[in-house]
Design a protein around this ligand. Structure first.
Ligand code: ZN
Ligand code: ZN
Length: 242
């Protein structure tokens, strides 16, 4: 159930300024659907090739058959990762904005854009269920909503696949992922997640959604939790890859 305050804030900016782009603030001249053409083009156009395993930007001639420089030889915890784009420019700006209380309208929009412009690749993964990486309840309460949940909901709707916002839950608070090494970050998030009802995961291909992937440690731990509970495969989808 949504809190009324979050519900109110959901599209507050859009109600106040229906003809202003939620990303750049430019006026449309006429009411539109929240994002100007220029911003929409910027967030849906990935200018670089990405590693099919970890979604990191790679050079145009990089052989990614067995991973890229960042993920080769490391167990990611998930099968593959897709991104809307790299974490820079307009997409970075948009992702920063969806972390604000009034950002849910924009998060919905980015989720729809993700489903529309990467639909073929994501559909080819044949997910049975779409689930967000959960926020700790305190973080969700202070933010008013979980931005990854909004994106996941739009992806699920776009593909006609069941949406399971509570498939995973945070079972403990984790400090921010600022540890310098991959091993330390992995340790930091170890045991952070739990599966509410294993029966819902058993044998399923899960599309696991987050707003940003930085090192992949959090997504890896969430994916490992799902696999341990019986998921057949876990594929990751993120708006932006750092
Ligand atoms: Zn704009
Ligand atoms: Zn990679």
């Amino acid at each position: 159930m949504r809190r009324p305050a979050a519900e109110f804030a959901r599209n507050a900016l859009h109600w106040l300024y229906p003809d202003v782009c939620l990303v750049c603030g430019a006026g449309f001249g006429a009411p539109r659907n929240g994002m100007c053409e220029s911003c929409r083009h910027a967030v849906t156009t990935d200018p670089f090739p990405a590693c099919p395993w970890c979604a990191q930007t790679v050079g145009p001639h990089t052989d990614t058959a067995s991973g890229c420089a960042e993920c080769r030889g490391h167990a990611l915890g998930f099968e593959r990762a897709h991104r809307l784009g790299p974490y820079n420019g307009v997409l970075r700006e948009a992702v920063l904005r969806i972390k604000a209380l009034s950002g849910e309208g924009l998060a919905d929009m980015l989720g729809r854009a993700f489903a529309e412009c990467r639909g073929a690749a994501l559909r080819a993964e044949a997910p049975d269920v779409v689930a967000p990486v959960p926020l700790h309840w305190w973080r969700k309460w202070t933010r008013g909503y979980n931005q990854s949940e909004a994106v996941a909901r739009e992806l699920a709707a776009g593909f006609g696949v069941p949406f399971a916002p509570r498939l995973l839950r945070r079972v403990r608070w984790t400090p921010q992922q600022l540890q310098p090494t991959r091993a330390a970050r992995k340790e930091n998030v170890k045991g952070a997640f739990g599966v509410a009802r294993s029966a819902r995961v058993l044998g399923k291909a899960v599309l696991l959604v987050d707003d940003v992937m930085t090192t992949g440690s959090t997504l890896g731990e969430a994916a490992r939790t799902l696999t341990a509970a019986g998921a057949a495969r876990v594929i990751v989808a993120v708006l932006a890859r750092k």
